[in-house]
Design a protein around this ligand. Structure first.
Ligand SMILES: [Zn+2]
Length: 311
């Protein structure tokens, strides 16, 4: 009998190894069409079992557009099968940690890709203690003073790294700004400032042919300009980190569920994706949903990490 134990163990190990090697990642993209993949559906506290905010837009099986890169999204990007060389544009809504900390990790991974094209990136101008996009990149990547000076090639295209093409948008403007376009594929990304307390913050609208998806960013929902910006979109991604009873600082930063429902109804969006959860909103999830449903009659998806939404 003893002779069989090593053989049995060997067989078991081989089975496990084969299973690991052949397990397919949770690929979102069909080879054709458009889909949104939620890389991170959580907030700034590690109490929700989710990566912080990040989204990927797949076009015909390629990870072309990324919005935000909060903590944990670097891992999710890999799990999703995203490829750095396929990214056309990265939008950063604002410089809170739960929207931006994994950006530099994503850039580092690009060193190992065969990408040669520059990478377009957009984010808000500075305000208060928050840097603008250009200053954020300099503080990280400057060849003398940058925290990650070894990645300074992203600023000038040296050392085998691709040059970033940053575009700062003034969030105080009340009209949308074009941040990226790919005329051959009929892709446009526009950005608009949204009210997130004192934090300079952008919302993004992605149009691909006749289809569109809007990313609200963190916001308190008080902007009529945002309603116009998002009107008629196929998919509206809105953040629900707070319960209906929120007040004070939290209310100045974030829209309660009733306001999310009002905006989804006013914009006549086809599909509302709720994301950026925190334990304090998940604890009241059913009540929050009732507030939204009483105002908005369209379809609702409650996001989970790596979930795929075709549109
Ligand atoms: Zn946030």
């Amino acid at each position: 009998m003893k002779l069989f134990v090593p053989i049995l163990l060997s067989l078991l190990c081989n089975t496990v190894l084969v299973a690991y090697a052949t397990a397919s990642p949770p690929h979102c993209p069909p080879s054709e069409g458009l889909s949104l993949q939620i890389l991170g559906s959580g907030g700034p506290i590690a109490d929700d079992g989710r990566a912080s905010t990040s989204y990927l837009v797949w076009i015909d099986g390629k990870s072309r557009l990324m919005i935000d890169s909060g903590g944990g999204s670097f891992l999710r990007f890999g799990e999703a099968g995203g490829k750095f060389e396929d990214l056309d544009h990265v939008g950063v809504s604002h410089f809170h940690t739960d929207h931006s900390t994994d950006l530099v990790a994503l850039l580092k991974s690009g060193y190992f890709s065969d990408r040669s094209a520059r990478l377009s990136i957009s984010g808000p101008m500075a305000g208060g203690p928050y840097p603008g996009l250009n200053n954020y990149l300099e503080r990280l990547l400057d060849s003398n003073t940058g925290v990650y000076a070894y990645l300074s090639g992203y600023l000038d295209g040296s050392a085998g790294l691709v040059k970033l093409e940053p575009r700062e948008i003034d969030p105080r403007l009340h009209k949308a700004s074009l941040v990226y376009s790919h005329p051959a594929d009929d892709i446009e990304v526009i950005a608009l400032g949204v009210p997130h307390g004192p934090v300079p913050t952008l919302a993004f609208r992605v149009r691909i042919g006749q289809k569109s998806i809007v990313f609200s960013g963190d916001q308190n929902g008080s902007s009529d300009a945002f309603v116009d910006f998002a009107r008629g979109t196929d998919v509206l991604v809105m953040h629900m980190p707070v319960p209906e009873t929120i007040s004070g600082v939290g209310r100045n930063l974030h829209a309660p569920p009733s306001v999310i429902g009002d905006i989804a109804a006013k914009t006549d969006t086809r599909l509302l994706v709720l994301s950026h959860f925190m334990a304090r909103s998940l604890d009241h999830f059913e009540d929050n949903l009732k507030e939204i449903r009483s105002r908005y009659q369209g379809s609702i998806v409650s996001a989970h990490d790596l979930e795929c939404v075709k549109f």
